[in-house]
Design a binder for this molecule. Sequence first.
Ligand code: GLU
Length: 465
Amino acid sequence: MTIKTRFAPSPTGYLHVGGARTALFSWLHARKHGGKFVLRIEDTDRERSTQESVNAILEGMTWLGLDYDEGPFYQTEHFERYDEIIEQLLKEEKAYHCYCSKDELEAMREAQMANKEKPRYDGRCRHRTEPKEGIAPVIRFKNPLEGSVVVKDLIRGEVTFNNKELDDLIIARSDGTPTYNLTVVVDDMDMGVNCVIRGDDHLNNSPRQINILNALNAEAPQYAHVPMILGDDGKRLSKRHGAVSVMQYKEEGFLPEALLNYLVRLGWSYGDKEIFSIDEMIEFFKTEDVNKAASSFNTEKLLWINQEYIKSSSPEHIARHLSSHLADVAVDPTIGPDIHRVISIHQERVKTLVELAQSIVYFYKDFDEFDVKAAKKNFKDAALIPLERLLAEYSQLEIWKAEDIHKVVTSVSEQLDLKMGKVAQPLRVAITGGAVSPSIDITAELIGRDRVLERISKAIMYIKE
Ligand code: GLU
């Protein structure tokens, strides 16, 4: 049997990292078993669903590289099919119209509470034969009254629900629109989804959905309910804890594969291995190994993983993901030194692509001011002579290559009997504007001779002022 999983987000906001993790698990499960992965947009709540959110979900999936084999399907295009199924259930007397008013339901609830019973619909309209004048009814599913339902969950094992605990749920509202449990069941059935991986906030819906599937003579899928993600305070991860939207992580300078790697490890492990390529995730991931307990989001660890990916990715790959961040700092990498070389001397030094973009601006654009602290420390009068010597020698240098640039620094320090740092550090502040940079010779090579000469002259003037 070909495994078919799906990701079924409601487009009522951005793509949340929790949703992305669920999507990743579903995607991995499908890919691992040579199955299919479906994307279904659950947009029947027309008030809360927006096109903007649909776009955000699609954009997030694309950025993460979670490609789908079928879809995106939109539930709003399936209303006729839902009506057909509701009609079928009514006809087969597996569903019924319920005319209970709000007041009646409230009174029922209060009476049950007074009796210390769990509030539930008592099925009083099950046997009604006449409609009630002037009331638009809802439609309820006749949940079995006896027995139990077993949810066979790949993560939690078997979870048993007593049918007595489940009341007759509403499958169509009084305006005729179908409810979540009905639409999910119909679509999963029609699309041949045989493995439902979703958040464990849906665990209680599963026995109801299984009962509806049974009523439709359809086979229930396999389930895997993924525990939720908590913030560092133990509460459910939300905006209060910082970024929760996938695209915000893109904006903050994360590589998509680093976020995927972080998410796959959140609540799942394979020995003590931390870094997984996509192929390794597909090979090693098993839904059975997902933790039963909720896991906590740890931004520090995500940063660490991102750093590992930046260190080990090819400059070409980084450059592709860096371009939007370079645009943010108004750098056009086609005008100036080879961006791949610039990246290669920085990739060991940064945790995010935002940091990377910010730290390479001076290769492409002149800066107006030296960093105040760095200038104070390194542009004392004693720096004047070494800088003047460097300026003179660099303007004569025949080959503008790191090795030759380095030789000049060494010879100037020897000539002046200074420690290398007393020459190299003023040079660094002069040509980069600050006190921190990769090795000064390669940095100078990439900045280019004209700019280096100009910037040293500027530093000399600064010291003389
Ligand atoms: N649309 C539902 C949600 O976003 C998910 C439904 C499901 O996975 O069954 O919570």
